[in-house]
Write a protein that binds this ligand. Sequence first.
Ligand SMILES: [Zn+2]
Length: 396
Amino acid sequence: MQTTRSSFAALSDHDLLAAVKQLAARERHATAHLIASLVELDARRLYLGEGCSSLFTYCTQILHLSEHAAYGRIEAARAARRFPVILELLAEGTITLTTVGVLAPHLTGENHQRLLAAAQHRSKREVEHQIAHLCPRPDVPASVRKLPAPTNRTRTSPPPTSETGSVLTNPAVLLPTQPLSSAASAQSPEDTESTAPSPAPVLVPRPQPRPAVIAPLAPERYRVQVTLGAETVEKLRRAQDLLRHTIPTGDPAAIFDRALTLLLDSLERTKLAATDSPRPGRPPAARSRHIPAAVRRGVWARDGGQCAFIGTEGRCAERGFLEFHHVVPYAVGGTATIETISLRCKRHNGYEAEQEFGLTWEGTRSGPSQERRHTRERGGDLRAASRLTTPDAATV
Ligand SMILES: [Zn+2]
């Protein structure tokens, strides 16, 4: 079957949405079938006769799956061998390969039904929280360690991870302690042996900075690991020294909590006009884009700090890049009251401007004739519409 974009170009929006959903369902079923077949192939160890020393090698070299795809499918296959219901749930789309990966090491005959039911339609982060409740781990010790300077050097792959660190003695960097998630980064014991990369030295490119990690350890407890610059570590040390009377251990967690409390207070005052003693706001000037402090506070509280756009499948969950959006566009006479202002993420604010005026959110025209008709009907003008799209709201 030929796959080209033009296969879908002729579809209406409604039909394209329906087609994509149908294709995603087919993909889930195909993946579940593939995993079921891998269960059987693995049990018969047919990969040996094919010249592969492991199922992982077979999946990557014969089936041409990526390492990540192979690992996820093998992990799911081995979990499904113990708990066949996993295949049904994968085919339905109620759980994903990722959540199976998080759950797999913890599933038992007694708990698998309960855990699989709780994980349905949950994100990886939510399932990690469930596991943290089920199998709480102890707090990790705070540590600050200096990372080696990144260079293009010969070393073996994968990069080593070490957990042996001094505690707040070595200036430079808060060091990662262990891989974020056993599911995301660890190989199963069975595969580790046969698929570990060759220990021969290989030339590796300059390593990318490690992403920050926030991983649940236990109920209400998280492990956070970040890479900091020397200046930030120096700030931490100065804060530790200044707070010795109240935080004698210099615990970074306690200091970050204090610092974040102050930062949030400052941000809320400047961005949301939060205050302990709100004054009655003055009515806005007749034609001003200014959004009064009382309106900002009220809108933020009402919308819960979340984009309030509601699509056909539900409300947008975005909490970043938020803007105060004029429900009735400013260009066509909208004013700034709690009733007429709403929170939108940047993309939905642009999307609504596009819907209203036929402009893309970057401000380029998508349909000049339609645009003119809309703006003429609404009594606006093109220049007003263009200003609207970048954006028709104050950023939060
Ligand atoms: Zn949104």
